[in-house]
Unconditional design. Structure first.
Length: 138
């Protein structure tokens, strides 16, 4: 009598495949989240630099930074401007000769402890309140 050869996967083979996929996902997902955080941070830096340019233009026209915040819309104070905001932008320390722009993380970006809040002042001095410092974050 002839026996037929078994076809398909055994339960052991299936469990090995699931374990391999689980290990790969466990490695890849944190790297993916870190990449997303860095790209959101890059957008926030670009938005801070754009706001700084607008502040300088405002200062050129009126010889003062006072009133610059009033010229901004609500969309100007979020990063990115459309979609779900990852950073909340604000102008603080606005005087005739100085300003400080800050980007505070919002939503899922709040998990970014390496850089946390990014800042930029009228002299172009860049800062970060996270554990990594301005050199890493900017």
């Amino acid at each position: 009598m002839r026996t037929r050869a078994a076809r398909g996967f055994t339960l052991i083979e299936l469990m090995v495949a699931v374990a391999i996929v689980g290990i790969l996902v466990g490695i890849a997902y944190p790297a993916y989240l870190d990449s997303v955080r860095k790209s959101r941070r890059g957008q926030a830096k670009a938005d801070l630099l754009e706001l700084a340019q607008r502040a300088e233009r405002f200062h050129t026209q009126g010889n003062s930074y006072v009133g610059f915040t009033a010229s901004l819309s609500a969309a100007d104070l979020r990063s990115p401007r459309s979609g779900t905001p990852a950073y909340s932008l604000r102008v603080s320390g606005e005087t005739a000769n100085s300003f400080v722009l800050e980007a505070a993380p919002a939503g899922a970006q709040a998990d970014d402890t390496a850089c946390a809040t990014l800042s930029l002042n009228q002299a172009g001095v860049k800062g970060a309140t996270g554990s990594s410092g301005a050199g890493y974050c900017w």
